[in-house]
Design a protein around this ligand. Structure first.
Ligand code: GLA
Length: 733
């Protein structure tokens, strides 16, 4: 049992293998947070630091005011979940407006329930379990007697991983409407703020760069107001103790299983205590709960690691690849090596050109051909036809089915690109249903990449997407779908939603999308789905519930990719990271780098190519063929096991990533260089997590290395040229 309850003292102690999370009921209405961190045995004396009276300026709750100077203020005490309308004036986790105009919420503790396993969240993505022994779920029932608002806090505590998932369900048991203005899925008060904050910042083509900054009284906040989780920040943040590094020290990681507007941050209060929060962005959010209605906040996942950031990432990787990803590809490390025509041809292709590419791709060992944007309607540029999902007659005279058959006849599988959530102003769909695009009557409609976003809050739009996707996917032997999404939500509004519910549209959009994806996944369980959003603009945990993998970034340059893949690997496992080799000079930043380095970097994710292979020289084709053979021989190591970030690319040396296969017998060690040093000499790079008593043979050679030596002295790395890379494979003897 991972949840212990001390009935007398009303203390809840949630335990994972290496962590404890403790809170208690205090008085009628308060839940005090007592501890989250490395596992402890007992809660005694955790409250010693809370017996602190008479702090200047702090107000006392009405419930405790009669205690006078012997009372403590809830502006100081760590709360389990904070509300507006009490002495706790830190960032509230919950904020609502009631029918009488008041905004005060003060729920009273009513009881709890513990059940084995973990409930799925209706209409939302969430981590799941496969049997009841994996985790227990604690529900805490709170009720505001004045308004009839009931809140249920859910904590699912895993027995074999340092994971606690959280969410909150609001239910209106009163007689009048409740407007929820903010509902965080997770809030944790720490007793100090001596942390560094780690988050992932970015932009198009430079997604998820790791930034580590000391937490200060100014606090910190990552967020999206763009309608999708977006390139700018990821719905993730970590708090690390100052001494924590990749493999040592305490780290708390928080990841939000949601793909829309979010906020996550840390407030450091006047007593230097940190409050962490994560939830749907309360900006432009208002959810009306009529009597009898419920609202479920999306899930937040908390991971504790006493083994640094690497330990945190490995916990996320294992959890997400086995208990968030679903379907037949979940455990399939041998996914097809693909070639995508986008960077090779953009919109300018013919069937003949595609078949020429496919023939050569087949020759070098590629398994799947993916036809990207431009195959439908009259689409010859990014300015028309989204919504008209029938074949472009000039480009595909025999339709998608005809091309797919020809590709199959060459011995390759066939995959296809869609951008189902969009509509071009110049499209038959828009001409027929102008009201299906998100818009606000009487206001202009902004275009992003010359397109509008379909109003997925509308059931008829959801049905339309399911219909055309089903027709297309049934019309041809399509085994892979790239689901793209290339703009932000602006002029957010929907005629299908009443005026008082307009501030629900962004979230309703996500619920509509999740519903569409759920229906399509159920209908096409054998199709491999790869998500995409202007590269990796919506690569979040919510999407991994529906998509088997995600296009990490449009940037495929080997240097920039090291930063992107490093940051992505904070939370996402390599098996989910679409990663392709493209040409040189790189189309976006003109860098020239060795093909082998681009290959090794792409092999640290879902491997493929994105270039016009008909333009490759014979030498390049030979090298590509060798890369594919090599990748097929190592993909089980990369995707089945654990990843260690041995060296960050921040600096003149490049990244070094180590992958240990699930059975511990094989190790892939990818080492990159950024800028060469003059008069350089071999440097030693210490590997990690090997068996010190084992001997490791370097694959393809007779060289055998002592495990301890590789870890404590290191592997000698010969000097490399600018932007080069190597991959070493070791097998345990
Ligand atoms: C986005 C994607 C690309 C490609 C184009 C097609 O930018 O990230 O990979 O599919 O759209 O328009």
């Amino acid at each position: 049992m991972s949840i212990k309850v001390n009935e007398q003292e009303k203390v809840f102690h949630l335990q994972t293998p290496d962590s404890s999370y403790i809170f208690r009921v205090y008085g009628k209405s308060r839940l005090l947070h007592l501890y989250y961190g490395k596992k402890i045995n007992d809660h005694a004396h955790l409250e010693d630091s809370l017996r602190w009276f008479g702090a200047g300026g702090a107000s006392i709750d009405a419930e405790f005011a009669h205690l006078g100077s012997k009372s403590v203020s809830f502006d100081i005490l760590p709360q389990e979940y904070g509300f507006f309308g009490s002495p706790d004036l830190r960032k509230p986790a919950f904020h609502a407006q009631y029918a009488d105009g008041s905004r005060i919420t003060c729920p009273v503790y009513e009881g709890y329930r513990i059940t084995p396993s973990k409930p799925r969240l209706e209409g939302l993505p969430s981590v799941y379990t496969e049997n009841d022994s994996e985790c227990d779920t604690l529900e805490i029932f709170m009720k505001d007697e004045v308004t009839g608002l009931r809140l249920t806090y859910l904590y699912s505590v895993f027995n074999d991983r340092d994971v606690i998932t959280r969410t909150v369900i609001a239910h209106n048991e009163g007689k009048q409407n409740i407007d929820i203005k903010a509902i965080m899925s997770l809030m944790i008060d720490f007793k100090d703020d001596d942390f560094d904050l780690i988050h992932l910042e970015g932009n198009w083509a430079r997604e998820r760069h790791v930034e580590r900054v000391p937490l200060s009284r100014m606090g910190a906040n990552v967020y999206s107001r763009r309608g999708l989780s977006a390139h700018d920040h990821s719905p993730f943040l970590a708090l690390a103790r100052k001494n924590a590094d990749e493999e040592h020290g305490d780290v708390y990681g928080f990841s939000f299983v949601y793909s829309g507007n979010f906020e996550a941050g840390v407030e450091s209060d006047r007593y230097n205590q940190a409050r962490v929060y994560m939830g749907i962005n309360s900006f432009d959010f208002n959810w009306r709960l009529e009597p009898g209605q419920s609202f479920t906040a999306p899930e937040a996942v908390a991971v504790f690691s006493s083994k640094g950031l690497g330990g945190m990432s490995r916990t996320f990787h294992k959890l997400y690849k086995s208990r968030l990803c679903r379907g037949k590809f979940r455990d399939k490390v041998e996914r097809p090596v693909l070639i995508n025509n986008w960077e090779g041809t953009r919109f300018a292709f013919t069937e003949e050109k595609i078949l020429d590419m496919a023939k050569i791709a087949k020759r070098v060992g590629v398994e799947l051909f993916v036809l990207d944007d431009g195959w439908f309607g009259k689409r010859d540029e990014a300015d028309s036809s989204l919504g008209d999902w029938y074949p472009h007659k000039e480009k595909l005279p025999d339709g998608v089915a005809g091309l797919a058959k020809k590709i199959n006849d060459l011995g390759l599988d066939f995959g296809l690109w869609f951008e189902p959530e969009m509509v071009s102003p110049d499209s038959d769909l828009y001409r027929a249903h102008p009201d299906w695009a998100l818009h606000v009557e009487g206001r202009g409609m902004s275009q992003g990449r010359n397109q509008y976003v379909l109003d997925l809050t509308r059931k008829e739009v959801q049905d339309y997407i399911v219909k055309f996707m089903t027709e297309n996917l049934e019309s041809a032997p399509i085994v892979y779908v790239k689901w793209d999404y290339n703009r932000h939500l602006t002029e957010v509004g929907s005629a299908s939603v009443p005026p008082e519910r307009q501030a629900e549209v962004s979230h309703r959009y996500m619920l509509g999308l999740y519903s569409v994806l759920e229906r399509l996944r159920a209908r096409f369980p054998d199709i491999l789905f790869e998500g995409c959003s202007g590269g990796g603009g919506r690569f979040d945990a919510g999407m991994l519930y529906y998509f088997d993998q995600y296009w990490t970034s449009d940037m495929t340059d080997v240097v920039e990719r090291q930063f992107i893949q490093e940051g992505t690997s904070m939370v996402m496992p390599a098996i989910t990271m679409g990663s392709h080799v493209s040409i040189c000079p790189n189309v976006h930043i003109k860098r020239v780098s060795p093909l082998r380095a681009r290959g090794y970097c792409a092999m640290c994710g879902q491997f493929g190519y994105e270039l016009d292979i008909t333009k490759c020289s014979e030498e390049e084709l030979d090298e590509i063929a060798e890369q594919i053979v090599f990748y097929k021989s190592i993909r089980e190591i990369i995707h089945s096991g654990e990843m260690y970030r041995v060296r960050s690319p921040k600096g003149r040396d490049g990244a070094a990533w180590e992958y240990i296969s699930e059975n511990g017998k094989s190790v892939a060690f990818a080492v990159f260089n950024i800028l060469a040093y003059p008069s350089n000499y071999p440097r030693r790079l210490r590997m990690t997590a090997l068996d010190p008593d084992a001997r490791y043979r370097l694959r393809g050679t007779d060289e055998v290395y002592d495990g301890a030596m590789l870890m404590y002295s290191g592997l000698a790395i010969q000097p490399m040229d600018d932007f080069d890379g190597q991959m070493f494979i070791f097998d345990k003897e």
